[in-house]
Each structure stands twice: as structure tokens, then as C-alpha cells.
Ligand binder design. Structure first.
Ligand code: GTP
Ligand code: MG
Length: 451
């Protein structure tokens, strides 16, 4: 899980100051020492850390905090605001050309994820923006690079422009632009070659491609796992050819976070997307505020809801919303949820998006494997209709019967009953939170699930 160490340390540190009715300068100093350490440990650029610490400190010992009724919480909010700012503040959108086709160039070092991201991005452009992209295979150097893009194109049913490897990338791109015009493609995404290190030939070639038609976006693709090196790479590419944004890949791995937190501040270029896996739907727009919220254990309800909305149909979501509200959620609904959760992705990732999830005992080690889910399903299938709707009636003899029927143990039944109760409680909390938050926060999307 990305950011794990950083999240843990920051949350631990903030926990100490959160409940304080009074926050002294010494408290802030103490806290910031730990924050500084946590950031450096996460491989955040030293200059960035210094500036961050200064900004938070200045605001945290300011008049507003001292006068506030909840200074501890105020400080936590400042940390969150500054983290958000550090990652760029607002979400950065794609710039489209007013005179199509929009040209997007993918650049970066070898193995960063350019080719994969080209496919993922085209997929998003088609799905969410209704665009008709053309993918261009301009990497003539790495063996099978052209085929790789063609395979991705086939998989997504998207056209790939390729001329083999005996022709220069500049010529390929020129001809691709012609074809895009003829076939009315409104976006052209150019997959360029990577190098092990930044070198003059690579840069010159990229400059030559750039010169054919000024791209609307030059996306630098960098591997988040490379930490501060990613920041250096970004700086070098930006100086040499000029980039417009960054795609941070492999954020699904256990990166410490240094790149995500430093890149924007060092290069002044926004992170536009993050890669969350190898599959073609594993690219997400980067939301600084949501990311800050996730790092600080405040959850990421927005992403969770969006994920849910992508998998749940509208009608059913409305029904569930009503059930959450009236607390009439049954084991049948639970069963259905399990099915949907299975579709949403790894459960431990999803649970981490819940506010305060980090504090639920044992959750960090929750490895809910398919087998366990199957067991839960078997137990529910062994319940009578009445048991499913009013689990309170499940007494000793009933438990015995269910255990026998599902090939599980009484302990398994007890555990599930407890989980079900906890889940109901959590839903109640979420519903309450939403109602309270309504006046203060604007959370579009959330409304449709929890009214
Ligand atoms: N886990 C994970 N793997 C990724 C992600 N993005 C790319 N990869 C993997 O990283 C490897 C390299 O990806 P490519 O897209 O071929 O990288 P490239 O930059 O085009 O590489 P070159 O063309 O050799 O320069 C592949 O195995 C991808 O599946 C991501 O977000 N998460
Ligand atoms: Mg490639």
C-alpha cells in the first residue's frame, strides 16, 4: 500500500495534538519535528520538507489557531490544507485544443509506463470525454514496442497508427497527423521511446517530434517507486523539452510517497493522473485534496463513492441508500454487497478509503481473500429468510444448524454476526457524518448515496 509509513507516522503525530484544548508554540514545534522526520523518511525532497514545515508552523502558531475553540483540530486542518497545496491544490484538467486534434505526447524513462498509460489514457478519453483517439507507435527502438501498443489497441478496440521500425519517429508522427485529420480523430496520443538515462539523442528526438505540431500536453510518465529520482527526472525533462504535466505510475505498489509529494513543488508541473495497476482501467485523475485526506486517515469518501457508482446501478443504489438510512439492511443486502465489492477491487484498498479506517483494529492486516468471502457467502446461504432479515433471533441451536449447513464453525458464525453489526454501525456513522457535514461541506455525488 502506497504511503503506508508516512500515513502511519503523520496520523500518530496528529493524534497527539488533535484533542488539545490549548496548543502552545512548544506543542507545534514538537509536532513539526515529527512531521519533518516522517516526510524525510518518505523520501520527500529536503527543500520541500523545509518549506512545508515552515508554512504549517507559521500558520499553526498564528492568532487564528490560538483563538479557536478547537486548536488541536485546527492544526490538523492546517496540515491537511498544506499537504493539499503541496500536491497542487486543485485537480488539474487535461488541456484540449480548440482546433482538434489535441496532441498528447508521452515521454519518460524506460519502463516508466508510457505505453501502458497511452492505452489507459485513450480509454479514459473515449469513455469520459467522448473522444475518438488515435494511438501512435513512435518507439522504433525497443524490440516489440510497436506490437505492444498494437496489442493494447486491440484489447481496447482503439486504432493504432504504426509504420514499423525502419522509419524515423518524426516521419511516423507526421504521417499519423495526416491520418488523424483524414479520419477525424480529435485526440492523438504519441507513445515515444524511453531510455535508461536521459541522453542527448533522446531529447533531440523528442524535440523534433514536438516541433511537428505543438502538443497540447506533454505528459512525463514517472514511476512513483523511484522516489526522489522521479523528481530529478521530471526536472531534467522539463528543462530539456518542457512538460505540461506528470503521470505518476505504480502508485498501487508500496511507494513511500516522496515523488507524489515533491514533484509539483519542485517542477511546478501538476500531477494529472496516477497509475494504480497494470490493467487498462487502472488510471485515475489525481485529486490533491483526496490524496491528502487519505494520507491523514480522514478517508476518501469521494473516490469510494465514485468507485461504487461505477459498479452499482442507479436504481439499486437508491434502494441501498434508503436501507442505510433506515437501518433495515439485511444479510441478503450484505450478500449482494459482497458480490459488488468483489468487482470493485481488493477489499483492503477499498476499506482504507473509509474515514478513520486506519484506526479500526486489525484492519491494516485485513487480507480478505476470496476463500473467506466464499465462506461468508456459504453461511448466509444457510440462513433462513427470517434469520437474514432479523439476525437477532440467531441463537445457539440456530448457529449450530447454520454452521453445519455451511460447513463452518460456530465461531465463524459469531464472527460474521459481529461484522454485520459493526458494518451497520459504520453505516450509521457515515450517514450521520454526511448529515452533519451537509451544511459545511459541499460533496456532490455523496448526496446521491446518502441522503
Ligand atoms: N503495478 C503497476 N504496473 C504498471 C503501471 N503502469 C505500468 N505498469 C507496468 O510497468 C511495466 C512497463 O510498462 P510500459 O508501459 O511498457 O513502460 P514504457 O515506459 O512504455 O517502457 P519502455 O517502452 O520500455 O520505455 C509493464 O509491465 C506495465 O504493466 C501501474 O500503474 N501499476
Ligand atoms: Mg513503451
Amino acid at each position: 500500500m502506497a504511503f503506508e509509513g508516512l500515513a502511519e507516522r503523520l496520523q500518530g503525530t496528529l493524534q497527539k495534538i488533535k484533542g488539545k484544548g490549548k496548543v502552545s508554540e512548544a506543542d507545534v514545534k514538537e509536532m513539526m519535528r515529527e512531521v519533518r522526520y516522517a516526510l524525510l523518511e518518505a523520501d520527500v525532497n529536503l527543500k520541500v520538507v523545509k518549506e512545508f514545515v515552515k508554512n504549517v508552523s507559521d500558520r499553526a502558531v498564528g492568532q487564528d489557531v490560538m483563538k479557536s475553540l478547537t486548536p488541536g483540530q485546527q492544526v490538523v486542518k492546517i496540515v491537511k490544507d498544506e499537504l493539499t497545496e503541496l500536491m497542487g491544490g486543485e485537480q488539474s484538467q487535461i488541456s484540449f485544443s480548440s482546433r482538434p486534434p489535441t496532441v498528447i505526447m508521452m515521454v519518460g524513462l524506460q519502463g516508466a509506463g508510457k505505453t501502458t498509460t497511452t492505452g489507459k489514457l485513450a480509454n479514459i478519453l473515449r469513455k469520459k470525454y467522448n473522444k475518438k483517439p488515435l494511438l501512435v507507435a513512435a518507439d522504433i527502438y525497443r524490440p516489440a514496442a510497436v506490437q505492444q501498443l498494437q496489442t493494447i489497441g486491440k484489447q481496447l478496440s482503439l486504432p493504432v497508427f504504426a509504420l514499423g521500425t525502419d522509419i524515423s519517429p518524426v516521419e511516423i508522427v507526421k504521417q499519423a497527423m495526416e491520418q488523424a485529420k483524414e479520419e477525424h480523430h480529435d485526440v492523438v496520443i504519441i507513445d515515444t521511446a524511453g531510455r535508461l538515462h536521459i541522453d542527448e539523442t533522446l531529447m533531440q528526438e523528442l524535440k523534433d517530434i514536438r516541433a511537428i505540431k505543438e502538443p497540447d500536453e506533454v505528459f512525463l510518465v514517472v514511476d512513483a517507486m523511484t522516489g526522489q529520482d522521479a523528481v530529478n527526472v521530471a526536472n531534467n525533462f522539463n528543462d530539456a523539452i518542457g512538460i505540461t504535466g506528470v503521470v505518476l505510475t505504480k502508485l498501487d505498489g508500496d511507494t513511500r510517497g516522496g515523488a507524489a509529494l515533491s514533484i509539483r513543488s519542485v517542477t511546478q508541473k501538476p500531477i494529472k493522473f496516477v497509475g494504480m495497476g497494470e490493467k487498462m482501467d487502472a488510471l485515475e485523475p489525481f485529486h490533491p485534496e483526496r490524496m491528502a485526506s487519505r494520507i491523514l486517515g480522514m478517508g476518501d469518501m469521494m473516490s469510494l463513492i465514485e468507485k461504487a457508482q461505477a459498479n452499482v446501478d442507479e436504481e439499486r443504489a437508491k434502494e441501498l441508500e434508503e436501507k442505510f438510512r433506515t437501518q433495515s439492511f439485511t444479510f441478503d443486502d450484505f450478500l449482494e454487497q459482497i458480490g459488488q465489492v468483489k468487482q470493485m477491487g481488493p477489499l483492503d484498498e477499498i476499506l482504507k478509503m473509509l474515514p478513520g479506517a486506519g484506526k479500526i483494529k486489525g484492519l491494516e492486516n485485513a487480507k480478505v481473500d476470496e476463500k473467506q468471502m466464499d465462506r461468508v457467502e456459504a453461511i448466509i446461504y444457510s440462513m433462513t429468510t427470517q434469520e437474514k432479515t432479523t439476525p437477532e433471533i440467531i441463537n445457539g441451536p440456530r448457529k449450530k444448524r447454520i454452521a453445519k449447513g455451511s460447513g463452518t464453525s460456530i465461531q465463524d458464525i459469531n464472527r460474521l454476526l459481529k461484522q454485520f453489526e459493526d458494518m451497520k454501525k459504520m453505516m450509521k456513522q457515515m450517514t450521520n457524518m454526511q448529515q452533519k457535514g451537509k451544511k459545511k461541506m459541499k460533496m456532490p455525488g455523496l448526496d446521491s448515496l446518502f441522503k
